[in-house]
Design a protein around this ligand. Structure first.
Ligand code: PLP
Length: 370
């Protein structure tokens, strides 16, 4: 046994180093520059959209997308309860309130029929999340929102490189936001990008991201802006990562397939979500303990003893103390996934030997708990 195996460690090497050094030597050590421009063009092309605005984080991008869609105090935004806090926090920043919507038990993604039941006059936007990389059900969500003229914003923080029925993640709704945080499918160490086909929305977000500074020689400001730009050095790192995105997705897929195989004959254990078109960012299992005879936490303990990191599936937002007073539309599905789920090491940086070590450890556990 050698070293700790992490859930989703950054996968950076010599190519990233070369790109960062080149950017440093070019003198563009600022939140603007040729690497930012190129990175925006390349991510837009990858997601199949016309415009991209690089930002300092995915959370910042979601905040801007909501603001530019007119979301503010007195409104609500429908978001999944099964997500990372950033989705709901971005809503709170605008002064609107998140309403938490439960998920489809098979995929963990927001349940479109519950969204439909919650669409009233106060809804300023709907913001689905592509959980663990697999796209939400946009074939139902897009028409639901379009028919009522409600903006749909795709929280694609986890799903860059995924597709749904041939359409790339990042291309759904009025705007989408990807994240380049350190644990995501690709990283700039911290960063994000807003993606849209709407030129006016893109330029509005770019304006807000640069302290809402007016395009005149002196400093002129007509409204409150934000400092949400991405550094040129980090954009260079992102360009190197983007050139390796398909390779990194393929690596994560190999891990997911290994997990599918090792649990294939274990009653009561299933993989969360679909593989089809997904970038396989994180692979989670769901354990029905009455059939399996053990609980997700038992396997987590066994892996932790071997220095292998796992994590429960997101604790739903409606159960978070900070959102205790928020409205929610619930079936119990997200809470069940929180109780029965376990996310397994999924990083593209894991070697064949690491993978074998994890699989051997799981096999050992399954034999002891048969
Ligand atoms: C990571 C993440 C974010 C936030 O992205 P940052 O770049 O970390 O700000 C938002 N939503 C979801 C679903 C995420 O997983």
């Amino acid at each position: 046994m050698t070293g700790r195996i992490l859930l989703s460690a950054p996968d950076v090497g010599e190519l990233e180093e070369a790109y960062v050094v080149e950017a440093l030597r070019s003198g563009w050590v600022a939140p603007a520059g040729p690497a930012v421009d190129a990175f925006e063009r390349e991510v837009a092309a990858r997601a199949g959209v016309a415009h991209a605005v690089a930002v300092s984080s995915g959370t910042a991008g979601l905040h801007l997308a909501l603001l530019a869609s007119g979301v503010g105090p007195g409104q609500v935004v429908l978001v999944p309860t099964l997500t990372f806090a950033a989705t709901a926090n971005a809503v709170a920043y605008t002064g609107a309130e998140p309403v938490f919507v439960d998920c489809d038990p098979e995929t963990g993604n927001i349940d479109p029929s519950l969204v439909e039941s919650a669409l009233d006059g106060k809804v300023g936007a709907v913001m689905p999340v592509d959980l663990f990389g697999a796209c939400a059900d946009y074939s139902l969500l897009e028409p639901l929102c379009a028919d009522r003229g409600i903006p749909l914003i795709e929280d694609a923080a986890e799903s860059l490189g995924s597709t749904l029925e041939g359409r790339p993640a990042g291309s759904f709704g009025r705007a989408a936001v990807v994240s380049f945080n350190g644990n995501k499918i690709m990283t700039t160490s911290g960063g994000g990008m807003l993606l849209t086909d709407d030129a006016a929305l893109a330029s509005r977000c770019r304006h807000l991201s640069t302290q809402a500074r007016e395009p005149v020689p002196h400093y002129e400001h007509r409204e409150i802006g934000y400092n949400y730009r991405l550094s040129n050095i980090l954009a260079a790192l992102g360009r190197a990562q983007l050139s390796r995105l398909d390779e990194m997705i393929a690596r994560r897929r190999v891990l997911r397939e290994a997990y599918a195989k090792v649990f294939a004959s274990t009653d009561g254990v299933s993989l969360l979500g679909v593989d089809d078109g997904a970038n396989c960012w994180l692979t989670s299992i769901v354990v029905a303990s009455d059939r399996a005879g053990w609980q997700a936490a038992d396997l987590a303990g066994h892996l932790a003893a071997a220095d292998i990191e796992t994590r429960p599936i997101f604790k739903p937002m409606h159960l978070q103390p900070v959102f205790a007073d928020a409205r929610a539309v619930l079936t119990g599905a997200a809470q069940r996934l929180f109780g029965e789920g376990l996310t397994l090491p999924s990083g593209s940086v894991l070697t064949d030997a690491d993978t074998q070590r994890i699989i051997d450890c799981i096999t050992d556990f399954l034999e002891k708990n048969r």
